[in-house]
Structures are given as C-alpha cells and as structure tokens.
Design a protein around this ligand. Structure first.
Ligand code: T4K
Length: 433
C-alpha cells in the first residue's frame, strides 16, 4: 500500500503507521489534554495582591473601585463613551435587550453560542434566525429584510470568532426599518473593524469576559454604548433599578460584576498585548501547518484589522479531505487535542427553538454547512508553537491516510475490524483499544 508521510516533528518520529493513532490504541500525541478555551492567567502575584487589597478594604462588590477602574479601562480600549460591567455576557445581552426596549421579534444568527438566542428568549423576545455570510460567518445583511415583520424591533448580530459583522450594511437596514441594532461582541474584545475598535458599533455592544475568553474576569461581561440615556438606564437596571437608597424606579436585576472578578480583569488587561502576541504567533503557526493540507481550511483573520486571534477555526470539506469533520474530531480527541464543534448544530436545532419550528425549520443552508464543517482548535497561552506543529503534522497524516483511517473506523463501527493486531499494540503500550 502506498502509505503516506509519517508524523515527524524535526527528527522525532511520533507515529509511523495509521494503527498508531490513539483512536486505534496508540499512545496519544499529547500526554495532557489541550483545551479550546484554556484560560489565560496574567501575573498571579498581582491578582493575589489585588484580592488581598479587596479583603483589606472590606468592599467586595456593588460598584467598588476595581469595577470602576475596569470599566474605565474598557472605555479607553474600545473608545466607547460608557461601559457597564456585568456579572456575565449573557446577562449583559439581556440587560441591553431590555434597556433598548426590544420586544416581539429580533433577528439573529443561529450560528453562534446558544446564549445569543437564549438571552432574547429569556426576555420573552422571539429570535428569528437569519442565515450567515459564507465568508465572514456573521449574519448576512442582505437576508435580513425578508425576515422583517410588524413585530420586529431589532437585530442582534454577532462578531463571530472575533471577525466583525458588516456593520455599515446592518446600520443601513436598521435605520431604514427603524430597528435597534445590538451586537454580541463576546468574541471580539480588542478587535477593530474598518479601523474602529469593536465596542462603538450599533446602539450597544456586549462583551463576554468568561474564563474561556482571552481576557477574563472568571465570569463577567460588559456593555458598551455611546448613548448616555441608555447607559444611565442600564446602570440602574443592573442594580435592581435603585435610583436612591430606598427608591426603585425600574424593574431591575442583579447584574453586577464583583470586585474579585474586576481584579482578575484588570490583571488580565495588563497582559492583553502579550496574550494577543502569543495568539498571533499560534495563528501564524496554524497557517503554516494547515496551508498544505488538502480539504482543511483555516478561516483567516482580516490582515488590515487588529485581531485578538483567540479562536482558531477550520473548515473541513470531507469531499476533499477524505475524512469527515466528526471523524476528525474523534481522532483529535483520542490524541488529547480537545477540539470543539463550535457552533454545532446551530441554535435552530436546539431546544426550545427546534420544537417551536416543528416540521418546518428555517432554511439556513450556509449555517447548516458551517455547523457541519467547523472545528475549533486549541490556542492561548497554554498552547505552544511546537504543539501546533504537531497538531498540523497529525492533521496532514490523517488526510494523507484518510481512506485507510475511514475504512478502519467503519470496520470498528460495524464490529468487523480484525482487532488482534490493534489490541496487541494497545496492550503493549497501555493504551485503550
Ligand atoms: N455570546 C457568544 C457568542 C458567546 O460565545 C458566549 C459565551 C456568550 C454570548 C455568553 O457569554 P457568558 O455569559 O458565558 O459570559 C464556553 C463558555 O462557557 C462560554 O462563555 C463561551 N461563549 C463559549 C463559546 O464557550 P462551553 O459550553 O463550550 O464551555 P465548556 O465548559 O465546555 O468549556 C469550554 C472549554 O474550555 C473546554 O474545553 C474546557 C475549557 N475550560 C473551561 C473553563 C471554564 C478550561 O480549560 N478551564 C476553565 O476554567 O461554553
């Protein structure tokens, strides 16, 4: 058989046959799991010093000095006039939706994390799913108009994986139809669009600073806006609606960020440039590694913008690579590369939305294709260039031997595989068969 290249890193050969893949009983390429979303942690001593200071001051939450400083720093980075820190991104979206008076129907993509739609639904607003642009994976402005009904009050667009939406086209549609325009910027902190920092677009933008984001506050989020009146309302709403010590003027909620969260955020911001530099090096290593691989494409970041490079997204075209995205995922997981199918299967295929559609789900062909082909790989401070070269070599090996691998996986699935040799191999190495 014409066997294709071995996985070879420098002079060190990792695997020299298909049977040595961990899924068939070989030793995993990595002894520890490589996670997508492994948290970046800044200077530990600074975080701990700040936590001690919080304890010394005995001011733990409710607009303390760390939250105030965190909001000031976010304003400076985004250039937005206001920043309201929140307990997480999802609650930030809910507050912003409510603060903007969204109700009835809001147009949103289905190719995103489920929180985008849930935030609307939790506020009694019906998300109406719109297909995405195949190049940017963000909501397609040209498809929005046909979804507008008398009940539509806004658009919730997502800067997916840190690539900004077509903000100009969205602003045009929104203004033509008198709709509010809200951005879910959970992935796009530190990014620019047309040279402007994300955080200034639409009526408001919402960031997530969850542990898995490259800048994190353990859990946390923030709303940015240039609208003074909206900012005042949001500030009151996230604190139960209190306008004075005993006076409540709005239906509010507890959406506050705590002082330890802000301390983590401030420390994280101090290392932000270093995190981005590291992510960029990783992205470039992935570019070099993926470029020669048939049927697997790295989704590029726009060269002329500032990017945070925090998500590494591949599109797997089975007709060219010879291996399905899901088989690739199984093989990677066995090798301890815990890749994710962000965002499978698309929110329209999740509950409660799926049942609401019944036999007539919305037709979202670009979304469906993206949900079928996308895979997200590990990056961040915990992932090194050498590990990426190994992952690249593994992917190259898999696609070069796709036929044989797929045959073995199918045989395994149908319990037809002659397992003796593989079981032998596995038991020799202490791997699972
Ligand atoms: N809008 C969009 C577009 C979003 O992507 C998100 C969140 C939101 C809104 C809502 O923002 P938040 O309310 O969360 O602030 C994770 C995150 O929990 C979620 O924040 C994020 N998006 C989403 C893309 O990823 P899961 O369900 O995939 O989480 P999980 O537990 O599977 O963890 C992801 C990976 O990270 C795993 O491989 C393990 C690793 N991990 C995770 C944590 C928490 C670590 O290594 N260490 C950790 O501490 O949602």
């Amino acid at each position: 058989m014409n066997r294709q290249p071995l996985i070879r890193i420098g002079r060190h050969v990792q695997k020299d046959s298909v049977e040595e893949l961990a899924i068939f009983g070989g030793l995993p390429l990595f002894s520890e799991p490589l996670h997508v979303g492994a948290p970046n942690v800044g200077d530990r001593r600074k975080i701990l010093r700040r936590i001690v200071d919080i304890l010394d001051r005995n001011w733990l939450t409710n607009d303390g000095p760390y939250v105030t400083e965190f909001e000031r720093r976010i304003k400076r980075i985004t250039g937005a006039r206001h920043c309201i820190a929140t307990s997480n991104g999802t609650l930030g979206l809910e507050l912003a939706a409510r603060g903007l008076g969204l109700k009835g129907e809001v147009i949103a993509p289905a190719f995103t994390f489920v929180a985008t739609a849930h935030a609307l639904k939790w506020q009694g607003i019906q998300p109406v799913f719109c297909d995405i642009d195949p190049k940017t994976f963000t909501v397609d402005p040209e498809r929005i108009e046909q979804l507008i009904t008398p009940r539509t009050t806004g658009i919730l667009a997502v800067h997916l994986w840190g690539r900004a939406c077509d903000t100009e086209a969205l602003a045009r549609v929104a203004s033509k139809h008198g709709l509010r325009l809200l951005y879910d910027a959970s992935h796009a902190f530190g990014c620019t669009h047309l040279g402007h920092p994300v955080g200034q677009f639409g009526d408001a933008e919402v960031f997530s600073f969850h542990a898995t984001k490259f800048v994190n506050t353990f859990e946390g989020g923030a709303i940015t806006t240039n609208n003074d009146e909206l900012a005042t309302r949001l500030r009151l709403m996230k604190n139960f609606g209190f306008t004075g010590t005993d006076q409540v003027d709005y239906l509010g909620i507890n959406g506050k960020m705590s002082e330890p969260a802000a301390a983590m955020g401030l420390t994280s911001l101090e290392s932000m440039s270093e995190f981005i530099r590291h992510n960029r090096r990783n992205y470039e290593a992935y570019q070099r590694a993926i470029e020669p691989i048939r049927g697997i494409r790295l989704v590029p970041f726009p060269e002329n913008e500032r990017n945070n490079y925090q998500y590494i997204n591949l599109q797997v075209d089975e007709s060219e690579s010879g291996v399905s995205r899901d088989n690739l995922l199984r093989i990677l997981h066995a090798e301890n590369v815990l890749a994710r199918r962000y965002f499978f299967p698309g929110i329209h295929n999740m509950e409660p939305y799926r049942s609401e559609f019944g036999p007539r789900p919305p037709l979202l062909p670009v979304t469906s294709k993206a949900a079928r082909q996308s895979i997200c790989l590990p990056t961040g401070k915990r992932t090194s260039t050498i590990q990426i070269e190994q992952i690249g070599a593994l992917l190259e090996f898999i696609t070069a031997n796709a036929l044989e691998i797929t045959r073995l996986l199918q045989a395994d699935y149908h319990h037809e595989r002659p397992t003796t040799r593989l079981t032998e191999l596995a038991s020799k190495r202490g791997g699972a068969s």
